[in-house]
Design a protein around this ligand. Structure first.
Ligand code: CMC
Length: 431
């Protein structure tokens, strides 16, 4: 439990008690009022979407949405994107410190040696339809890992948790690439331990057994940045789903499968796929104004995908890095003239200047640019959220591990009940 500060909050309920509530002060961020004692006094708080609720205490990631700050273990995302790599960030998120050179080498070697999946897991894929969405496959096969790795299921054992972490970080790219290969009817590619994390992923996606696949270093670097920029984002919907699932003592693979399911929706990780679908639907620069008008129309549920964020109300620091990477990739591939990318660029300009978007602080988010990069690399849109899941796996694990490293309660929110009062059963002939 955190230490209460000297500040106190008081809550007075008409015809009820006046309660003094402890207030905690984190190293950064707003003060947090502890309302956990309200229940003992017969009251709950009401906070749909948890917009004002800190569900846990954490030391992993800090976000200041107003200032556009994202820190992992204190390090700004811009510095990590410039100087670090996804695997080094994985180490940082899990262990709390940047690795020494020897620790880094050992960690990378460990991950490389866990990339293969149990051979029998391959048969799971043939149970799916060829046109199955790769996120549907990923939810299934990641959950199924718990049936294969019985030696890392004891969540109270720190060593088990560590091995599960290695396995999940290492095997996710393999499982993701297999879901793509299955959809196009090509043989699965075995991972190659001599390649970096991102290179290996591109090799498993685009290589085939008949010829050598040369990984383009610009694309591998962009892929690594996409993984790194998605690595963690504090208590977002999927991470909260992982924590909630883990709070019941569920095994790590089941917890990560829950995270994948939560990530799938278009308001969260599904947005990068939705961005490309939206660009395709717009189809031509001449139709942009029509779609912008629809996004502004209160009667129309349509939203500009890839714009806006629950937490960032100024700019998304990940989007800044992604935009630079997008420019590098487009230049490398000579795709500056791609019609969809042209629509994206115009849309970005309009939204950055239009009053509606400026006033509501709806800036392009990370998914806007990551979608553009992935499309340029040749990755089909249905794989976009899968790639987000590969990057976010370490964040899910770090939070799950942090939760298990200290006492915690099972997650069990309450409700404001607004249904019928108690009533008596009515027999069918009297209804
Ligand atoms: N296009 C048009 N209007 C928008 C958009 C948008 N993309 N996003 C928000 N608004 C409007 C919304 O209609 C509302 O207007 P009003 O106050 O007049 O009712 C206002 O802006 C606030 O929206 P909200 O839904 O209350 O904001 P939120 O913080 O609950 O939602 C969001 C954040 C990301 C779900 C939302 O901005 C959205 O749906 N964006 C499009 C989907 C998207 O790109 N999601 C990826 C998020 S980044 C990846 C991740 O971290 O998971």
């Amino acid at each position: 439990m955190p230490e209460p500060s000297n500040i106190k909050a008081t809550i007075t309920i008409e015809n009820g008690p006046t309660l003094e509530l402890p207030v905690y002060q984190g190293t950064l961020g707003p003060d947090v009022v502890d309302i956990s004692n309200l229940t003992a006094n017969g009251r709950f708080t009401f906070d749909p979407g948890f917009v004002s609720t800190a569900s846990c205490e954490s030391q992993i990631t800090f976000i200041d949405g107003g200032k556009g700050v994202l820190l992992h273990r204190g390090y700004p995302i811009e510095q990590l994107a410039k100087h670090s790599s996804h695997l080094e960030a994985c180490y940082l998120l899990i262990y709390g410190e940047l690795p020494t050179a020897a620790e880094k080498e050992e960690f990378e070697a460990t991950i490389a040696r866990h990339t293969m999946v149990h051979e029998q897991l391959r048969t799971f894929y043939s149970g799916f339809r060829r046109d199955a969405h790769p996120m549907a496959i990923l939810c299934g096969v990641v959950g199924a890992l718990s049936a294969f790795y019985h030696d890392s299921l004891d969540v109270s054992d720190e060593k088990h948790r560590e091995i599960a972490a290695f396995r999940l970080i290492a095997k996710m790219p393999t499982l993701a690439a297999m879901s793509y290969k299955f959809s196009i009817g090509q043989p699965f590619m075995y991972p190659r331990n001599d390649l970096s994390y991102a290179e290996n992923f591109l090799h498993m996606m685009f290589g085939n057994p008949c010829e050598d696949y040369k990984v383009n270093p610009v694309l591998a670097s962009a892929m690594d940045k996409i993984f790194l920029l998605h690595a963690d984002h504090e208590q977002n919907a999927s991470t909260s789903a992982v924590r909630l699932t883990g709070s019941s003592g569920a095994n790590p693979f089941a917890c990560i499968a829950a995270g994948i399911a939560a990530l799938w929706g278009p308001s969260h990780g599904g947005a990068n796929e939705a961005v490309l679908e939206m660009l395709e639907e717009i189809g031509d620069e001449s139709r942009i104004d029509e779609f912008v008008a629809r996004a502004k129309d209160k009667e129309d549920p349509f939203r500009l995908m890839g714009f806006g964020h629950r937490v960032y109300k100024n700019f998304d620091p990940r989007a800044k890095v992604m935009k630079e990477t997008a420019d590098e990739v487009l230049k490398e591939l000579g795709l500056d003239d791609d019609p969809l990318l042209k629509i994206a660029k115009r849309l970005e300009k309009i939204a950055l200047e239009d009053n509606y978007f400026v006033e509501k602080k709806l800036y392009p988010n990370v998914d806007f640019y990551s979608g553009i990069i992935l499309k340029a690399i040749g990755i089909p849109t249905s794989m976009f959220t899968v790639i987000f899941a590969v990057g976010r796996t370490v964040g899910w694990i770090a939070h799950w591990h942090e939760m298990h490293s200290a006492p915690f309660k099972i997650g069990r929110p309450r409700q404001l009940y607004n249904g019928h009062k108690q009533r008596d059963y009515v027999p069918t002939d009297k209804r």
